[in-house]
Design a protein around this ligand. Structure first.
Ligand SMILES: [Zn+2]
Length: 145
């Protein structure tokens, strides 16, 4: 587990925009970075939640056809998946039971559409490993870029 996570104001603006764009659906994105790279240099790749198009809310689905070119492009640049982001349109930014079943990347960022007035509760980071309860990772947004 990591001690904490400091992203940039630019990351914050993008996450806010993705949260608004996703509206009542779950937004989804991946944060890419090189191994041991400062998270302030991570790149957010927004993805399309394909469950949103054909199912009622509360699901997140990204096909391999969508994911593959993004992975290839980022890996060619020396980056790999550092964290997953998704939104909870009407719930708090805490992991759901489904999120606890995640067995891929342990660092999970969740944004809540229900707390737009309370910035400190809007975007939260969690360390989620199979068989363990999620632990919150202190997250902040530091320098402008
Ligand atoms: Zn979730």
């Amino acid at each position: 587990m990591i001690e904490g996570l400091t992203l940039t104001k630019t990351h914050l603006r993008l996450l806010n925009a993705l949260l608004v764009e996703a509206d009542e659906e779950e937004g989804v994105a991946i944060l890419f970075g090189a191994p041991d790279e400062d998270p302030q240099h991570w790149i957010i790749e927004p993805l399309f939640n394909e469950a949103a198009a054909h199912e009622a809310h509360k699901r997140c689905e990204v096909t391999i056809e969508q994911l593959q070119p993004v992975l290839e492009r980022q890996r060619a640049a020396g980056r790999d998946i550092q964290a997953w982001w998704h939104s909870h349109p009407s719930g708090a930014a805490i992991p759901s039971e489904t999120d606890h079943a995640n067995d891929e990347v342990p660092l999970m960022l969740i944004s809540s559409g229900a707390t737009l007035k309370y910035e400190s509760q809007r975007h939260r980071a969690w360390w989620v490993e199979p068989g363990e309860r999620a632990a919150e990772v202190p997250m902040g947004f530091g320098s402008p870029s």
